[in-house]
Ligand binder design. Sequence first.
Ligand code: 5GP
Length: 202
Amino acid sequence: MKQRGLLLVISGPSGCGKGTILKELLAVQEQIYLSVSAATRRPRDGEVDGVHYYFMSKEQFQAEIDSDGMLEYTCYCDNYYGTPRKPILEHLEQGDDVILEIEVDGALQIKKQYQDAILIFVMPPTLEELEQRLIGRNTEDSQTIQKRLLRAKEELKLVGHYQYIVINQTIEDAVKDIQSIIRAEKCHYNPFLNCETQPKSK
Ligand code: 5GP
């Protein structure tokens, strides 16, 4: 019997390094699919439609919600972000592990629907460092950076809902931490998997 893939949710404040960690993880981990979200914000320099996000208007986003096309969605700093349902379910069925890189509200929506989803929170070493990283990457104006920092503080309050915390001291260690989590989760006993090996009822 084919084993369903793991559903991994990775959150962490904007600027904590999630994107870089996931890029490195994908380069070394097999059979893993990174979900491409839909978003109504403007693409940053170098971002490609269909690769980094499916960039869409608010109307298109609403149409996706109305047709039940989103597994979860939220409004984050004045823009909508959501996870397209179909590719996630298909990859899980194929046995691929699936990663959603989403914020806290979306992560909690996923956990409600899939109790076996694995929630991982990536932390910056300090809030000061987070601010420096947000300023340093030069992709947002100062007002947006302040909004994102406020949101980060709110998100940090909800870290107790996550099963794992990864502190991004170095990208290399953070990637290893996530690989270890995946490995451990694959060894977890799950009574709903491999049902043939369970004792049959009389
Ligand atoms: P950014 O604008 O920096 O690309 O993303 C802003 C925030 O939105 C990040 O915390 C990111 O994890 C989150 N995000 C990206 N895609 C999704 C999604 O599909 N759903 C939810 N709930 N959050 C998302």
